[in-house]
Design a protein around this ligand. Structure first.
Ligand code: PMP
Length: 360
């Protein structure tokens, strides 16, 4: 007799993470995982060292100090915040708590690759709906809703396109969904989108909206794994029941708290990002490479076809630069490039220019 996994487990695809090394290169420029070129704020580094002296003690189970600090910085109610091991875990909480076998979770054509994985992990069925020219279509989502739909997952700004639903469309979607369907607005990149609240005001107004956020991007703490969600009290209470009491370590909690208390950090990083993002997009277009306006910390470059994207990927690796192939997101012709600092963006543009010149 062989071991039999639970029904549906074998539907779970393995998440493809980005490479972090290139054979033969010591000075690798990693622009494949949308990480912050500035790293975390210095106060977070100090907090990590401080927290290291306390690791013989168990961490907080209620995350009260971190939730208070997030609430303070973002102007949100701490009792409506839940913290997880990256926003991935918060997304997992909502799927697991609200969807099971026979239920459907809607995500869109170019949506974040964890969404169908998390749906399967909950035993639910992921339902993919088409986008219109790389932008989420509210009407297409609404048309896909059935009586089995429990959750709609949407990243805004989206990964890997960098596109955004305008506020009015996001609100129309939230208000048009049945009250029995949760709209998850995944704001992993929300800080990079100017003047955007990540969907926080919709959470305040509606009983079925959850916003998720992360410390992995603008706060530069991807390696520590901390994320959070903001939703109606009842939803937070339900999700808290399936959260392990010690899901976050003292190091994670204190680093995140110090990071979010540094009110200058987000503007410092987003100003740098906006300038280098515009520079990179401009250079790509000048080289004849298509790209949409990005509202995040990466640019999706669309080449002539899959062969060209593969060739550019190889050429960049030859110069020690890692970007992300995004065929799995429906873009065989695409390369997603993280926006680096000024020198890094210069190095990427120079490598792209070299590739173009070798073509002539
Ligand atoms: N949502 C989106 C759209 C993402 O791109 C990512 C990270 N790649 C995440 C969520 C998860 O981020 P984390 O678990 O590091 O918070």
């Amino acid at each position: 007799m062989s071991l039999t996994p639970q029904a549906g487990i074998m539907n779970i695809a393995l998440y493809e993470g980005g490479k972090s090394s290139i054979a033969g290169h010591s000075d690798v420029l990693k622009l494949s995982s949308n990480e912050n070129p500035l790293g975390p704020p210095p106060a977070a580094m100090a907090a990590i060292a401080q927290a290291a002296s306390e690791v013989h003690r168990y961490p907080s189970t209620d995350h009260a100090e971190l939730r208070a600090a997030i609430g303070q910085s973002y102007g949100l109610a701490p009792e409506q915040i839940i913290c997880g091991v990256g926003s991935d875990e918060v997304l997992q909480f909502v799927c697991q708590a609200y969807a099971g076998v026979g239920d459907e979770i809607i995500y869109t054509e170019h949506g974040f690759s964890m969404y169908p994985i998390l749906a399967h992990m909950a035993g639910a069925t992921p339902v993919q709906v088409a986008e219109a020219e790389r932008v989420v279509s509210v009407d297409t989502i609404l048309a896909a809703v059935t009586e089995r739909t429990r959750v709609v997952m949407l990243a805004n700004p989206a990964n890997p396109t960098g596109t955004m639903l305008p506020d009015g469309e996001l609100e129309r979607l939230a208000r048009s969904l049945p009250a029995t369907v949760i709209l998850v607005i995944d704001g992993a990149y929300a800080e990079y989108a100017e003047g955007y609240d990540g969907g926080a005001s919709l959470v305040v107004e509606l009983p079925n909206v959850l916003m998720t956020r992360t410390f992995s991007k603008v706060y530069g703490l991807g390696g520590l794994r901390i994320g959070w969600g903001y939703g109606p009290r009842e939803m937070i209470d339900v999700m808290t029941r399936i959260r392990q009491p010690f899901n976050l370590s003292t190091v994670q909690l204190q680093a995140a708290q110090a990071a979010v208390e540094d009110m200058d950090w987000v503007p410092t990083c987003t100003v740098l990002n906006a300038a280098q993002r515009a520079r990179l997009a401009g250079a790509l277009r000048q080289l004849g490479v298509a790209c949409d306006e990005s509202h995040a910390n990466f640019v999706l470059a669309r080449f002539a076809d899959e062969a060209e994207a593969a060739a550019v990927d190889l050429a960049l690796q030859g110069e020690g630069i890692l970007v992300r192939r995004v065929a799995g997101y429906g873009f065989p012709e695409g390369l997603r490039m993280t926006v680096g600092n000024e020198a890094q963006t210069g190095r990427l543009i120079a490598a792209l220019t070299n590739w173009r010149e070798t073509q002539a």
